[in-house]
Design a binder for this molecule. Structure first.
Ligand code: FES
Length: 176
């Protein structure tokens, strides 16, 4: 009760000069300033953290790391249960065609020559869906890419599918 009597000093600090409302005004102002400070702080800190965090969080829809083939998700992350670094068995990749496995499209444009590309379309990030007729097909907007070098052949995509260097090791295609 005696605290209330000491408040007049606070009232004089109110910019609105309205008796009876100063405490609310002060608190409201403090709240607004506090919120603004918090927002500013959050914006700054989260921006910095997100910049760092996104370096390990690859590509948009589908998956985001066609450029991080060797350092990001390991090729051994495929579901074939093969040893680390194995993308596919050579016997599984048809000559003149290819397969989609894990994060890759593995092709055999010529007998004994194997290639691997990111399965993420360079147009808007969909996963390519099939290899047929010498091209890798994206279902979203019908872009087609060469099985030989991943270059765009038709559709809206303008950039080639990123290639991952591979080699044959025994019966397997492995990351080089
Ligand atoms: S995302 Fe592949 S063609 Fe558009």
């Amino acid at each position: 009760m005696t605290d209330v009597q000491t408040k007049p000093e606070a009232e004089t600090t109110c910019a609105h000069g309205r008796p009876g409302a100063p405490r609310r005004a002060v608190f409201a102002g403090a709240g607004a300033v506090g919120a603004a400070c918090l927002l500013a702080a959050c914006g700054t800190s989260s921006g910095g953290q997100s910049d760092q965090g996104f370096t390990n969080d690859p590509i948009p829809a589908g998956s985001k790391s066609p450029g991080n083939d060797s350092s990001g998700d390991s090729p051994g992350g495929n579901t074939g249960g093969a040893a680390a670094g194995v993308l596919a068995a050579t016997a599984d990749v048809p000559q003149g065609g290819g397969i989609i496995k894990g994060n890759y499209v593995i092709t055999q444009p010529e007998s004994g020559t194997f290639k691997a590309f990111s399965k993420v379309c360079t147009h808007q990030g969909c996963d390519v869906s099939k290899v047929d007729g010498g091209v890798i097909f994206c279902p979203c907007h019908k872009s087609e890419f060469s099985i030989a070098d991943g270059s765009p052949q038709s559709g809206p995509a303008r950039k080639p599918l990123p290639e991952t260097k591979v080699k044959v090791d025994g019966d397997n295609i492995v990351a080089a």
